[in-house]
Ligand binder design. Sequence first.
Ligand SMILES: Nc1ncnc2c1ncn2[C@@H]1O[C@H](COP(=O)(O)OP(=O)(O)OP(=O)(O)O)[C@@H](O)[C@H]1O
Length: 467
Amino acid sequence: MTAASTVRTRFAPSPTGFIHLGNIRSALYPWAFARHHKGTFILRIEDTDVERSTQEAVDVILAGMDWLGLDIDEGPFYQMQRMPRYREVIQQMLDAGQAYYCYTSPEELDTLREAQRARGEKPRYDGRWRPEPGKTLPEKPDGVLPVVRFRNPLDGSVAWDDAVKGRVEVSNDELDDLIIARGDGTPTYNFCVVVDDLDMAITHVIRGDDHVNNTPRQINILRALGATPPVYAHLPTVLNEAGEKMSKRNGAMSVMDYRDAGYLPEAIVNYLARLGWSHGDAEIFSREQFVEWFDLAHLGSSAAQYDGEKLKWLNNHYIKQADDARLAALVEPLLRAEGLTALERPALASVVGLFKDRAATVRELAESAAMFYRVPAPAADALAQHVTDAVKPALAAFADALADVAWEKAAIGQAMKAVLAAHGLKMPQLAMPVRLLVAGTTHTPSIDAVLALFERDTVVARLRSAA
Ligand SMILES: Nc1ncnc2c1ncn2[C@@H]1O[C@H](COP(=O)(O)OP(=O)(O)OP(=O)(O)O)[C@@H](O)[C@H]1O
């Protein structure tokens, strides 16, 4: 086995609502790292917050990953299903003297903290139940369910070489004896993460830097369990457009909302790939290139701000590249939702082909395409502005000419030029009213191409209705 094939990474979201771009970037990077090294990518659902975790939220995570093509090799594993394993390790640590029962009540802890604050000290557990040779422990109180605390080293420090932050070192006297099981026996967050990362043989923990304070505690517990800590890469925060941390709590948009707003998954993947990582000046690259290039050495170290305009620009790029039939399949349900059901003539694929260069989203494409399938209802003031008495004779002549011209773009363009010449008009003077009457809007691509997609009878009738 080569060293490369042993890479194992994970995405470990909590299923507490939806997932936003900041969350999913924390899935994309470990996924890409695993794919680059032909390793294994694991999904672990951290659902121990039973009040807030829901199956719907799990489904949304799975749907988002599936949409973006972040395929999973192992899992999803659910922490709630691993409780017996956590209890087993807690017992093992108690037996080995690496953890101990602590009967300090919440009231006693409050008193302790107040006294420490009054002395100007940082509040922390004072180790009163920590067994030491020759030390007499307090009398066990009746009726108190003990918590289990980890026996954190007292001396020295814990350090790691973070792939993003470089060397990080934390003195052990900064760290409390962490509670690893509550009074009711349920294990706590940091402990579950350690047991999971160990059991799942995770080699690279790639996660948001909101976790960086957990890392020294997790490393100490891992070492107590005889494990070698994995490589850590703490990704800088993704900020929203207002410069705040992107979060469920401040109006972040769900990944699936981007799909519904008409973004293509390859645009999102390309955008997120660059939001905190770089490969020279490359801005546009395929998923395959991303996987080939991705490494931890080129992760950015400062917070990355979301830029909706850049995402739209990338999305337009991928829409332009996309196959017409694929775009038509995406546009079709949007038109049907608008009550437009007769979508055969003109063929939707030809319509989207005409508009895709200028569409930033699939939704914009659908809005443009709709003009071919609905009866135009131009605004009265627009009609008054463009369909003037001066232009009406030219409209009538154009309708007559179209009645027996070959029904294709070039011939339609020729007929139009002939009418312009005969009536002494400039292109916009005729093209604008024609757009308005036939399509209901003055914003269309080149008029001859648009007319050619409509049925001849429809165009002629709409022009005649005005003349
Ligand atoms: N704004 C952000 N920027 C970068 N990473 C983030 C951001 N928000 C969450 N993450 C990362 O997303 C991953 C999944 O985290 P989790 O499911 O716990 O979401 P969360 O932190 O609860 O999100 P939120 O703050 O929106 O509720 C973690 O690796 C976390 O570090």
